[in-house]
Design a protein around this ligand. Structure first.
Ligand code: NAD
Length: 434
């Protein structure tokens, strides 16, 4: 892992360190374009063919129903069932707390404005399942969708070699009351949810992480449906001062590094000693990791930055805008107001990112690749639209009417002006008759 001294870094070098190497893969783009147009054209037939080509399975049907899910779910080990139950309760409690009613505001006497939330009626959730099936992602996406009140929740996940899904995912479906899981993966799942097929309902917004085929497809269907956010490889930035524990910091960096070879694990520290000890710990802990090969490559793509103080560390972190930010310091409280850009933040020496990945209650679907500068992670809000309302009394229209007439006239929109004037003169007519 390369070490930089923040004070020696030029503005352009900082920019370079903060930019993510997103591969512009023309081959993936071409393939995804082809998959999308084939699904649009051939519907279910294309989905069966792609399952055969990419997932190596001959599907008889494209989904598992409630009974089939129940049967698969019944094989889940008791310990895993308990862990999923606990994670679900925490995720549910946290996301339920996000449902808020807003006050009605009287902006002028007789002019009342307010907002109400309505659930997006039809949403599509993609649960990755190529190299590993991810029940945690199922909980993170379906729980807020249900809390928000989405009427139709379409779930797609790649078929496994037995033409089914695994017991963890099936158990999540039963727990969440989701009665159908489509056995569709990759770009074809995104295309099916965006355009609909004979069997797969079309949705209004697609959520969920996935590999390059999935994320490229999500980007491409945006003129048809909304998506949660653009996605890139996962990342963590750890800020550690002399109060940090190097073994904990190394474990957090490696937890990120084992995700994939393109994951980034950045260490920003005020202490040379902490950097040296953490790097030593990384070597020790790497030796016994089953996903060592992946983690080694990710760590090679990562780096450490030495800063003069925590303020400077925060400055770098805000520029990097990490998906996950860990403040490995006893002084985390004073840093909270300085955080401008981050997806999710983990405070102090006893808050590993893994707890947020699985079970604390916060969502793990977060903006990567610097998008934390403008995007939030998935929450209950992401499944809602906010509709504005207003009501004016006759007196209210009298109070605001002339302002609108003048502005409409200034913009040359006579009909706009008239929609107010006609009411004002009606009102004064009624008034004069009284
Ligand atoms: P996946 O479900 O994303 O993709 C599997 C599908 O890709 C297959 O079903 C197949 O249809 C398609 N595919 C595979 N090879 C193909 C090819 N050559 N041509 C066309 N399509 C092909 O599962 P995955 O591959 O295991 O990837 C999961 C990804 O999700 C990882 O990159 C992981 O880092 C990411 N992830 C991110 C987060 C996050 O919050 N950022 C969370 C969980 C997972």
């Amino acid at each position: 892992m390369k070490i930089y001294n923040y004070t020696d870094l030029s503005k352009s070098k900082i920019e370079e360190l903060c930019s993510r190497q997103i591969e512009d893969d023309k081959l993936v783009e071409e393939r995804v374009t082809d998959i999308i147009s084939t699904v649009k054209k051939d519907g279910d037939k294309a989905l069966f063919n792609f399952a055969k080509a990419f997932d190596k399975v001959d599907l008889e049907k494209l989904f598992l129903n409630a009974e089939e899910l129940k049967a698969i779910a019944s094989t889940i080990p008791a310990e895993a069932k308990k862990a999923i139950d606990t994670a679900y309760q925490n995720i549910k409690t946290f996301h339920q707390s996000q449902l808020k009613t807003e006050d009605k505001i009287e902006t002028m006497s007789g002019v009342v404005c307010w907002r109400e939330s309505r659930a997006i009626e039809k949403v599509g959730l993609y649960i990755p399942g190529g190299t590993a099936v991810l029940p945690s992602t199922f909980l993170m996406l379906a729980t807020p969708a249900i809390i928000a009140g989405c009427k139709e929740i379409v779930v797609c996940s790649p078929p496994q070699s037995d033409c089914k899904t695994n017991c963890y995912l099936a158990y999540c479906a039963v727990l969440l009351g989701i009665e159908k899981v489509f056995l569709i993966g990759g770009a074809q799942a995104v295309a099916a949810m965006a355009f609909g097929t004979e069997t797969v309902p079309q949705v209004y917004k697609i959520f969920g992480p996935g590999n390059r085929y999935v994320t490229t497809a999500k980007t491409m269907v945006q003129n048809k449906v909304a998506i949660d956010m653009p996605a890139g490889p996962s990342e963590v930035l750890v800020i550690a001062d002399e109060t940090a524990n190097p073994s904990f910091v190394a474990a957090d960096l490696l937890a990120q590094a084992e995700h994939g070879t393109d994951s980034q694990a950045i260490l920003v520290s005020t202490s040379n000693q902490i950097i040296a000890d953490t790097l030593k710990e990384i070597e020790n802990q790497l030796a016994i990791l089953p996903r060592k090969e992946i983690a080694v490559k990710a760590i090679a793509n990562s780096y450490a930055v030495l800063t003069k103080d925590l303020d400077q560390a925060m400055q770098f972190s805000n520029e990097y805008a990490p998906e996950h930010l860990i403040l490995a310091t006893e002084h985390f409280q004073s840093l909270i107001p300085l955080i401008i850009n981050a997806g999710s933040v983990f405070l102090g020496n006893f808050t590993p990112e893994s707890v947020g990945d699985y079970a604390s209650g916060t969502n793990h679907t977060l903006p990567t690749s610097g998008f934390a500068k403008a995007y939030s992670g998935v929450s209950t809000d992401a499944f809602l639209k906010k509709i504005t309302f207003q009501h004016l009394s006759a007196a209210g229209l009298n109070n605001i009417g002339n302002t609108v007439e003048i502005l409409a006239e200034a913009e040359g929109l006579e009909a706009h002006k008239n929609a107010v004037s006609i009411r004002l003169s009606f009102e004064s007519g009624v008034g004069s008759q009284k």
